[in-house]
Design a protein around this ligand. Structure first.
Ligand SMILES: *Cc1c(COP(=O)(O)O)cnc(C)c1O
Length: 374
């Protein structure tokens, strides 16, 4: 997708906020526990390579991604830290991962048998680093019983020229919720898995942002730190973080057009909004093709420190707002972030859209340029 360089709409990413959110967490970790910054989905929309660099400066010792291509992007950018792919990669890419020293998640023993075939065919110099995923109740990927885990561990031991048993982990599905009942059920299953493997691999890990913020006693030797690193509260507004999370992402633009409409004039597709008196209307060059969701009709942006309602439907590339009076073209418009004394957070946008802050952050498309401060 073409990047809109010649348009005033841009995402501004504050690297210092990311460093702050990571430093605060690193300070809380036990001595032998490392923070791996999760930079999947282009760093939750913030830009994976830039985030990885800021994270490294703040003390991150490795990275997690969702898909192999995201790991290769980091390697191509020169990062030589450990990188773990959290999703299942097709076994035919096992030799590529081995060569690139990318650690992979394994969720089933037949995967190992297939990967073994490909690794023996292409004989990479390095063994493939394997983290065994354990399903303790997320129901997504992973071994389901301690017996299945023991089998996989035995397979790795028998094939130690092509595999390195580097890690085992699980993922909690409710660590961001007020009730800890389901969380404890998952912990119990995790304990049974642990008891089945006396010789632990180098990395044993269970914590995402929510778990490390609110169940810190479960940190083992990696924290897979995502949302909180970007200043996003993983619980929305439900739980209060133990330190201040600073949002790293703002979205700004400028008025592309400003005009007065007489009473009884309508705005945008479907003519869903009609003025009741003479009104000043501004146009902003951003739309749902940029990830500025159509569902945001009726929400607001900030101009001159004041909330201005989004009127009429959001178009693919533009939308309209009601202004208190005339403003010149080029006046700053803040869609996310601070403007004057006011602020719009990704969380507020998410609530308006009936979703979570994560989805809004990673939903901004490649057309919106990312600019970095600090
Ligand atoms: C995305 C992901 C994380 C990071 O989660 P946050 O809530 O953003 O901290 C950690 N572990 C796994 C397995 C994930 O898929």
């Amino acid at each position: 997708m073409i990047i809109g360089e010649h348009r005033p709409s841009k995402l501004v990413i504050d690297r210092e906020a990311i460093r702050h959110n990571i430093r605060e967490e690193v300070q809380r970790l036990p001595k032998d526990c490392e923070l791996f910054m999760v930079v999947k989905a282009n760093g939750y929309g913030h830009g994976a390579v830039q985030v990885a660099a800021a994270a490294k400066e703040a003390g991150a010792k490795g990275f997690c991604v969702a898909i192999l291509d995201e790991a290769l992007e980091l390697r191509a950018a020169g990062f030589d830290e450990p990188i773990l792919v959290l999703g299942v990669v097709e076994p035919e890419y096992a030799p590529l991962m081995a060569r690139e020293k990318v650690s992979t998640t394994v969720a089933a023993e037949d995967w190992l048998a297939e990967a073994d075939h490909y690794l023996k065919l292409s004989q990479p110099k390095e063994p493939l680093r394997v983290h065994l995923g354990l399903d303790t109740g997320m129901g997504r990927i992973g071994f389901q019983t301690p017996a299945a885990l023991q089998h996989a561990v035995a397979f790795l031991a028998e094939h130690d020229t092509v595999f390195t048993f580097e890690g085992m982990f699980t993922h909690f599905s409710t660590a961001d919720e007020a009730s800890a009942d389901y969380f404890h059920k998952q912990v119990e299953r995790w304990d049974a898995f642990m008891a089945a493997v006396p010789d632990k691999p180098r990395y044993v890990h269970v914590t995402n942002s929510a778990t490390s913020l609110w169940h810190a006693d479960h940190n083992i030797n990696i924290v897979r730190y995502g949302a909180a690193g970007y200043g996003l509260n993983p619980s929305g507004n439900t739980l209060k973080p133990p330190f201040e999370l600073q949002p790293a992402m703002s979205l700004v633009s400028e008025l592309a057009h400003c005009k007065q409409l007489a009473a009884g004039e309508s705005v945008s597709y479907g003519a869903t909004y009609t003025t009741t008196k003479a009104e000043w209307v501004g146009t902003v060059s951003l739309g749902y093709a940029d990830g500025y969701e159509r569902r945001l009709q009726g929400f607001h942006v900030l101009v001159d420190g004041q909330p201005c309602e989004i009127i009429g439907r959001i178009c693919m590339d533009q939308f309209m707002i009601r202004l208190p009076h005339q403003y010149p073209r080029g006046t700053k418009v803040t869609l996310v972030g601070r403007n004057g004394g006011a602020e719009i957070t990704l969380q507020e946008m998410a609530e308006y859209c009936g979703t979570i802050n994560y989805e809004i952050a990673c939903g901004f498309t490649a057309r919106v340029p990312r600019r970095y401060t600090h």
